[in-house]
Design a protein around this ligand. Structure first.
Ligand code: PLP
Length: 360
């Protein structure tokens, strides 16, 4: 029987000497609010995404919220997105008063299907908000081409995709990028978010919105929010960014080990030219819930990200009325199960995971 100590959890934040030293340095400095460490974290994200600017926010959700507002999206506007994502993607659209329009996903990557986007465009459409789900980049060439043809804004929800790329372009570097540094994400700061962009005026607008419309003390240019990130959190994020290549290599090695050794189910697809961030390693199972129970008994954690289309949540249903048909999302969300792939897995953990999954 697995003991509680040996249970393999879905996520295990890396908290080592780098993180502890970074937090202690901020405590010693006495500057706990947003300050020089947050500025360094912003530079680090910008350079990783090969973007000109990084704007830190309090979470991935507020990064999306600020990005939508700074692009001028609000009541009466429609934003095309995926129904197969964390609720925050759609909530941010609702927070700014806009309406999400859901387009079904691809069978292979579980990302929004570009071939179905144009049918969803209306005169009210302002933006496309693709999500690089699990860390596999969306087909950005196709999405950017549609956006260009219809004069639409593109905001990437890259919350699961730091470290991913397509044809050499990092996710978050194709358009406006939004990231999360929630405790279970590939790079974490406890809570935190980041916007990446090449547009200086847009970056300035994001900075105003994040901090009560204020550039100079007591001068409030617009209605803003307190969506700041503090230097304590940023110090953890910055320590983690120094290990991004190592974390990514470990996640990739774990995923490759699973794909080579798991024989009971199909391995997740990585399309040619794409570098996967391996935030999640997802398999499809006919009886997903029973499988999760069997894995649990073997001491292996798993998670059903995401068990239903976002259109099935009551507040989303209220906002959109009759939902569109989303057959691929409905099937995938009923079958998908994610298994641990985080960088802290030991050799033995990996073997136990493979044995448990192969027993299904
Ligand atoms: C985590 C996540 C978010 C929200 O980020 P928070 O930091 O938790 O607010 C948004 N979208 C996706 C796809 C996510 O995985």
């Amino acid at each position: 029987m697995p003991t509680p100590e040996s249970f393999i959890h879905m996520a295990k934040p890396v908290i080592g000497k780098a993180e502890r030293d970074a937090v202690n340095a901020v405590l010693d400095s006495g500057i706990l609010a947003q300050g020089p460490v947050t500025a360094k974290l912003e530079e680090s994200f910008a350079s990783t995404c090969r973007s000109q600017h990084g704007i830190a926010t309090s979470s991935g959700t507020t990064a999306l919220h600020v990005a939508l507002l700074a692009h001028g999206i609000g009541p009466g506007d429609e934003v095309i997105t995926t129904p197969f994502t964390f609720i925050a993607t759609a909530n941010a659209i609702l927070h700014v008063g806009a309406t999400p329009v859901f387009v079904d996903i691809e069978e292979e990557t579980f990302n929004i299907d570009p071939s179905k986007i144009e049918a969803a465009i209306s005169p009210k459409t302002k933006a496309i908000l693709p999500v690089h789900i699990y860390g596999h980049p969306c087909d950005m060439d196709a999405i950017l081409a549609i956006a260009e043809a219809h004069n639409l804004i593109v905001i990437e929800d890259a919350c699961q995709a730091i470290g991913a790329s397509y044809n050499g372009t990092p996710t978050g570097g194709f358009a406006t990028g939004c990231f999360s540094m929630y405790a279970t994400k590939n790079i974490m700061s406890g809570e935190g978010g980041m916007i990446t962009t090449n547009d200086e005026a847009f970056a300035d607008k994001c900075r105003l919105l994040r901090n009560h419309g204020m550039k100079e003390r007591n001068k409030h240019e617009i209605l803003g929010y307190n969506f700041r990130l503090n230097d304590l959190c940023s110090s953890i994020g910055l320590a983690q960014m120094g290990q991004l290549a190592d974390f990514h290599a470990k996640r990739t090695a774990n995923a490759e080990y699973f794909s080579a050794n798991i024989t009971s189910v199909e391995a997740p697809i990585v399309k040619d030219g794409y570098i996967h961030a391996w935030h999640q390693y997802a398999v499809l199972l006919d009886d997903r819930d029973a499988a999760a129970e069997t894995l649990k008994e073997a001491g292996v954690g798993s998670s059903n990200f995401y068990p239903k289309s976002l259109t099935k949540h009551p507040h989303i249903r209220e906002a959109i009325g009759t939902p569109p048909d989303l057959p691929v999302t409905d099937r995938i969300s009923s079958q998908v199960l994610c298994i641990p792939v985080h960088p802290s897995l030991s050799e033995e953990d990996r073997e136990r995971i493979v044995t448990a999954v192969n027993s299904l």
